[in-house]
Design a protein around this ligand. Structure first.
Ligand code: BG6
Length: 492
C-alpha cells in the first residue's frame, strides 16, 4: 500500500517511533540525536516520539552515550533533551538474527507509526529490510512504516540495482527514504528558491548565457581512521554519483510544477537522464583522479594516503576526482559541467560556480581585456554559506578603467542560522512523509550508470596521480580544464 504524506510542513510531526539500527554508533551520537533534540526544542516533534536503539553490543547506558555531542550548557537544549531522553530504549541483538526482530516486533505491537533508520554498515541494508518484512513490521495497517537508508547505496550499478530490488520486493517506493545528507544543507535547498524565485536568475540560466558550470566539494581532512571504508570506496563512489550529482540536478533541472516530492524528483531524474554517459574513450579523456602524498593541509600534518591505517599498500584508490560531463538537454546543450572533489586539499570549500559567457568586448578594445573577466555566480554551499555575483564596474576617474567587484550575500548576515546538524529537515521530513529531499530508485541507478564507464576504465589502469596535500589537486585536473581553454575557480 503506498504511503501518503498526511501532515503539512511546519506542523508538528505525528506521534511515532523511530527505530535506529546501529543507533549507538557515531552517526547517531554526532548527528541524529542532536538533530532530534533541535527538532524537539523547535516544537516540530513533541513528546510522543519514542526512540528505540537496536545494537549488537550490550546496553552501556545508551542515554548517556547519546548525550556526547549535545550542548547541555544551553538551557533550551538541556530542556529538550530531558524530554527526549526518557523516551529512549534499547534492543540488543544481531542484525541478521531473527530473534532480534521477534523482540522488536513485540515492542512494536501497539505502535501505529514507525520509521526504521538504518545507520549501519551498508552490508546490512538488504538483510534488515527483509527481516523486518518477515516479522511483519513493514505492513502499514494502522499507520506508516518507513525505512530510512543511509549511504552508500550500492557500490556500483549492479549492486545498487540489486539493493533496490531487495527493498522494493518487501515495500513500496513511497516507504523508502534514501538519504543524501547534502540535501539537508540549507544552501542546497536554497538553490531551487534562488533559481526559480528570482526572475533575473532564471532568465540567464541556459546555454545562451552560461559558459560552463563548476561543482566543487573540497575538503582539508584526510581519510583519518576511515581507511577500511575509504579504500574500498574512493572519492568517486563516496561523493560523485550521490552528493555532487544532487547538486548537478538542482542546478540543471527544469522548473518543477510545484515543490511536491514527485514534481521535484521527476525533474531531477530527467536532468540526470540527460547527462551523457561517457564512452570508454571519453572516460579516459574526461575524468582524472589523484591521491595525496605526505605534507600538510588545513594547518595540519597529513601522512600519505598509502600510509594511512587500513589502506592496502598496493591500493589504487583515488582520494581526488575531477570530471567533465555534458548534458544533452535543450537548456544545456554545449555547456560543460566540471565536477571535482577531494581530500587533503587547500581549503574546505563546497561551491557551485556558474561562469557566464564573455560579452562582446569590441567597445572595450582599448582597455585591458584581462580586467573584464566574465561574470560568475558563486553559490557557496559551505562554509560561509551564501551567493556571490562577481561582475565588472568602472573605476572612478576620467578614463574608462574597469575592475571586478562583487555583490556578496552571506546567510549569516541576513538570518540566524543557529546550531544545526543538517539532519533536522531530513528527519522531520521522514516523520511527516515528505520524500522531496530523498533519492528515488531511478535517480540512484542513473547516478551509477553515468560513472560506471569511468570506474571500469580506472579498474584497468594503474595508480592515481600524486598530489600534494594543501594543493588544489593533481596537475591533470588543471590540464582537463586547459584543454578547453578554461581554468578552475580557486579553492579557498
Ligand atoms: C560523506 C562522505 O558522505 O560526506 C565523507 O562519506 C565526506 O567522506 C562527507 O567527508 C562530506 O560531507 P560534509 O557535509 O562534511 O561536506
Amino acid at each position: 500500500m503506498p504511503d501518503r504524506k498526511t501532515v503539512a510542513a511546519g506542523d508538528p510531526a505525528p506521534p511515532a517511533t523511530l527505530v535506529i539500527f546501529g543507533g549507538a554508533g557515531d552517526l547517531s551520537r554526532r548527528l541524529l540525536t542532536p538533530a532530534l533534540v533541535n527538532l524537539t526544542r523547535d516544537g516540530l516533534i513533541g513528546d510522543a516520539l519514542d526512540i528505540v536503539v537496536v545494537s549488537r553490543g550490550a546496553d552501556e547506558g545508551i542515554q548517556t552515550q547519546l548525550e556526547e555531542h549535545l550542548d547541555l550548557g544551553d538551557r533550551a537544549i538541556k530542556a529538550a533533551w530531558a524530554r527526549r531522553r526518557k523516551r529512549v530504549s534499547y534492543v540488543q541483538g544481531d542484525f541478521d538474527d531473527a530473534q532480534t526482530y521477534a523482540d522488536l516486533a513485540k515492542r512494536m505491537a501497539d505502535e501505529a507509526n514507525v520509521a526504521f533508520y538504518l545507520a549501519t554498515s551498508a552490508s546490512f541494508f538488504g538483510t534488515i529490510a527483509e527481516q523486518l518484512a518477515k516479522a511483519g513490521m513493514l505492513e502499514q495497517k494502522r499507520g506508516f512504516r518507513r525505512l530510512v537508508v543511509e549511504k552508500p547505496f550500492g557500490h556500483d550499478l549492479a549492486s545498487a540495482k540489486a539493493l533496490n530490488k531487495t527493498l522494493l520486493g518487501v515495500m513500496d517506493e513511497t516507504q523508502i527514504y534514501r538519504i543524501d545528507h547534502f540535501l539537508g544543507k540549507e544552501t542546497v535547498q536554497n538553490i531551487m528558491v534562488a533559481r526559480f524565485g528570482n526572475a533575473f536568475m532564471e532568465a540567464v540560466w541556459n546555454s545562451r548565457y552560461v559558459d560552463h558550470v563548476e561543482i566543487t566539494a573540497a575538503e582539508t581532512v584526510d581519510v583519518g581512521t576511515r581507511g577500511a571504508f575509504y579504500d574500498a570506496t574512493g572519492a568517486m563512489r563516496d561523493m560523485v554519483p550521490n552528493h555532487l550529482f544532487q547538486l548537478l540536478a538542482m542546478v540543471g533541472m527544469e522548473p518543477p510544477n510545484s515543490f511536491g516530492a514527485e514534481a521535484v524528483r521527476n525533474e531531477k531524474a530527467k536532468l540526470l537522464d540527460a547527462v551523457r554517459v561517457p564512452t570508454a574513450a571519453e572516460a579516459r579523456k574526461q575524468a582524472v583522479r589523484g591521491r595525496y602524498t605526505a605534507g600538510s593541509a588545513g594547518g595540519r600534518k597529513v601522512g600519505a594516503y598509502l600510509q594511512a591505517e587500513d589502506v592496502a599498500k598496493d591500493s589504487k584508490t583515488e582520494t581526488y576526482v575531477a570530471l567533465k560531463l555534458l548534458v544533452d538537454s535543450w537548456r544545456w546543450a554545449g555547456v560543460p559541467f566540471y565536477l571535482r572533489t577531494g581530500k587533503a586539499l587547500a581549503a574546505r570549500d563546497t561551491e557551485i560556480v556558474i561562469q557566464f559567457k564573455r560579452n562582446a568586448l569590441a567597445m572595450f578594445r582599448n582597455a585591458d581585456i584581462a580586467k573584464i573577466p566574465p561574470n560568475k555566480l558563486i553559490i557557496q554551499i559551505q562554509p560561509n554559506e551564501g551567493i556571490d555575483l562577481q561582475f565588472v564596474a568602472k573605476k572612478p576617474g576620467p578614463v574608462v578603467d574597469t575592475a571586478e567587484v562583487s555583490m556578496d550575500f552571506r546567510y549569516k548576515d541576513a538570518f540566524d542560522l543557529g546550531q544545526r546538524t543538517g539532519y533536522e529537515t531530513l528527519l522531520y521530513d521522514v516523520l511527516i512523509g515528505d520524500q522531496s529531499l530523498f533519492q528515488r530508485a531511478d535517480m540512484v541507478e542513473r547516478g551509477w550508470a553515468i560513472v560506471q564507464p569511468i570506474l571500469r576504465q580506472w579498474a584497468k589502469d594503474g595508480a592515481p596521480e600524486d598530489y600534494e596535500p594543501g594543493s588544489a589537486g593533481p596537475a591533470s585536473a588543471d590540464a582537463l580544464m586547459a584543454r578547453d581553454d578554461r581554468t578552475w575557480h580557486p579553492i579557498d
